[in-house]
Design a protein around this ligand. Structure first.
Ligand code: IPE
Ligand code: IPE
Ligand code: MG
Length: 244
């Protein structure tokens, strides 16, 4: 699909939806999805990666300019070695596919978290992709070896390295991995879990949270529409009294 031009989206873009500038997904339930089919957990991750690209296309088609996905947490290293190896090899495929999507769909790829832990080869592929897609329009952040606490600590250390001795909220905010992105509006979590699991802790302060029982590989356009519709019904007051 060509996303280089604005186009009329079936169903239109409501006023509330157009205010959705940054959507994030905690893509959970890949393992359960595979196990339900008598397949190894790794098969669920392969399916989950396909879903991710399909959902990114739908998000950008709706003119939502920024999407962030949780692909691997700082805590996921505690999984069995076999699963980590499968995820690392999937990451190579993901980056190769991302290079095609970057050109076809005008997507700007960014990565958040300390991805260097995946090794020099992956880090070099990521840096090439980030550099080569830097001028593109739609922003897709992949969280890799990402933890919200780790991100805040790294941000604080960057501010201290500038010579600051007392930090402000602004000092932390501008050093977060997501600093160039619009403020986070909506976090969607699949597989029925009701927690953040260390995702975007700082950015989540006033984001809306939406959970669905759907397992990530089953998350489709109808599910996305339900999440966006729920968001458009929310009254965001940011501590004040004025309805949105
Ligand atoms: C999410 O699916 C993907 C990653 C954490 C890498 P899970 O692998 O957590 O799937 P479940 O929660 O075990 O079903
Ligand atoms: C959160 O899912 C991390 C990702 C989706 C990458 P987990 O499956 O790791 O989270 P917990 O263990 O259920 O909290
Ligand atoms: Mg899980």
């Amino acid at each position: 699909m060509n996303l280089n031009h604005r186009e009329n989206v079936p169903g239109g873009i409501g006023q509330s939806e157009s205010r959705l500038a940054h959507i994030a997904f905690i893509m959970d339930g890949n393992g359960r999805w595979a196990q339900k089919r008598g397949m190894p957990r790794e098969y669920g991750h392969v399916q989950g990666a396909k879903t991710m690209f399909d959902i990114a296309t739908l998000v950008f088609k709706r003119q939502i300019p920024c999407m962030t996905i949780y692909a691997f947490s700082t805590e996921n290293w505690s999984r069995p070695q076999k699963e980590i190896e499968a995820l690392t090899s999937l990451l190579h495929e993901y980056i190769k596919k991302a290079r095609r999507i970057m050109e076809e769909d005008n997507v700007r790829f960014r990565f958040i978290g300390d991805y260097s832990r995946f090794g020099d080869k992956v880090a070099a592929m990521i840096e090439d992709l980030v550099r080569d897609s830097a001028g593109n329009r739609w922003m897709l952040n992949t969280a890799l070896n990402y933890g919200g606490r780790d991100e805040i600590v790294r941000a604080a250390n960057k501010a201290l390295a500038e010579g600051k001795t007392m930090l402000t909220e602004e000092d932390i905010s501008r050093h977060l991995d997501t600093a160039p992105c619009p403020p986070l509006d909506l976090i969607v979590r699949t597989a029925g879990e009701m927690r953040l699991s260390n995702f975007l802790l700082w950015q989540a302060a006033y984001a809306e949270f939406y959970a669905t029982p759907a397992l990530w590989p089953d998350f489709d356009e109808a599910e996305l529409e339900k999440a966006i519709a729920a968001f458009s019904q929310r009254k965001r007051r940011f501590g004040g009294l004025v309805n949105k």
